[in-house]
Design a protein around this ligand. Structure first.
Ligand code: TRP
Length: 375
């Protein structure tokens, strides 16, 4: 996939070299984020983390630890959310996010995001939010009716604030997040209408070339369902998870032909086994019959143990010095805030909030006034 009818999707192609990578040669501004509701897992790794590590040297990347967004459906678990902020930062560092080239920022420490959200809420209707397919799916998953937290219902708007606060043009996300990109671009266009000129750039989603990874039970991998392998899993946890993976329920005897489609073990081999040819041979053998689940699982276990061992080791090293990891977060947050303040000045101007500069107005901090005047 390269474009949708609205032209907002790009697919990351690992086979494409530096020169013609489908993210393009132009240096772009990237913004992504994760909710700190638990440790990050293999689904995050194939869906976006792996891509971010690769993209960070060619683009200007900011990663947001979206703790405010996490609270929108976890207000009762606020202490967990806070604790997981550090865990997520450790996950980033462990997989190779380099804080000298990537800003890692904490959403709740950037009040400009809250102000942008409040302003953008004026550009979005309840009807439009109700049509957002991701929100609809999540409402169903969580069994919300009229009791949906208003913050949760409007989180796409807050996510638009995240994306636009750094003037991002590229957003690496899973396909479930595509409606958020659409919603963001609608807000950007409404803002341009309001101002009579472009204020912020539109953005594109960058989808991973690897299809979504199922959880070990074949359902959507999720922290809350406990069916995902976390990046910090121990060797025993990895072994147990692979053993428990759903395969083909009709593949009863080794000699039976088996199905590869919808088979969780093969989905993981497709995502992680570096030997593509060998995986294709295994698939052919499995389909024909004569290849047992245990043999395939043993191979997958080796692949995952090999891949996760260095990540776990690096994570342990960073975890030994949480002060250093938090300093990384603090610096990334400060840099991101500087940019967000200039965006807020521009958006405030579109709403005429800077027309009369009084010291208590939102656009009144020195940096914002200077920025507004320089336009
Ligand atoms: N909604 C994203 C998720 O649940 C997390 C997120 C928050 C995000 N802000 C973002 C993703 C901005 C991309 C851009 O995974």
């Amino acid at each position: 996939m390269n474009t949708t009818e609205s032209g907002t999707v790009t697919t990351e192609d690992p086979a494409a070299g530096e020169a013609n990578g489908s993210a393009g040669d132009r240096r772009e501004t990237i913004l992504t984020g994760d909710r700190p509701t638990g440790p990050l897992h293999l689904g995050h790794y194939v869906g976006s983390l792996r891509g971010r590590v690769e993209l960070q040297h060619r683009h200007d990347q900011t990663i947001l630890v979206a703790d405010l967004q996490a609270l929108t459906d976890n207000a009762g678990r606020a202490a967990d959310v806070r604790r997981n902020v550090l865990e997520v930062v450790l996950d980033y560092l462990a997989v190779g996010i380099d804080p000298t080239v990537t800003n890692i920022a904490l959403q709740s420490a950037i009040p400009e995001l809250a102000m942008l959200t409040v302003l953008y809420l004026n550009l979005v209707t309840v009807a439009r939010l109700e049509r957002n397919p991701t929100v609809r799916a999540e409402i169903e998953l969580r069994g919300f009716k009229r009791d949906i937290p208003a913050g949760f219902f409007t989180y796409p708007v807050s996510q638009a604030a995240d994306i636009t606060a750094v003037r991002a043009t590229l957003v690496p996300v899973g396909d479930d997040q595509l409606p958020m990109i659409e919603q963001t671009n609608e807000i950007v266009r409404r803002l341009a209408q309001l101002a009579g000129r472009p204020v912020l750039p539109e953005c594109r989603a960058l989808l991973s070339a690897t299809p979504r990874l199922p959880g070990i039970d074949g359902r959507k991998a999720s922290k809350s369902l406990g069916n995902a392998i976390s990046l910090s899993a121990t060797p025993d946890e990895i072994r147990a998870a692979v053993r428990a993976m759903f395969t083909d329920p009709d593949h009863l005897r080794v000699s039976d032909p088996g199905r590869v489609e919808g088979n969780v073990v093969f989905a993981h081999l497709d995502a992680f086994d570096p030997d593509r040819d060998e995986v294709e041979e295994l698939k052919a053998h499995y389909r024909a019959g004569g290849l047992g689940d245990m043999t395939v699982k043993r191979r997958l276990e080796t692949v995952l143990q090999d891949m996760l061992a260095p990540i776990r080791r690096r994570r342990g090293e960073f975890a030994a010095d949480p002060g250093a990891a938090l300093a990384v977060l603090e610096e990334g947050t400060a840099r991101t805030r500087e940019t967000a303040a200039t965006v807020l000045a521009d958006v405030s101007a579109a709403f005429h909030l800077n027309d009369e500069i009084i010291t208590t107005s939102i656009g009144s901090s020195r940096a914002r006034i200077d920025h507004a005047k320089s336009r």
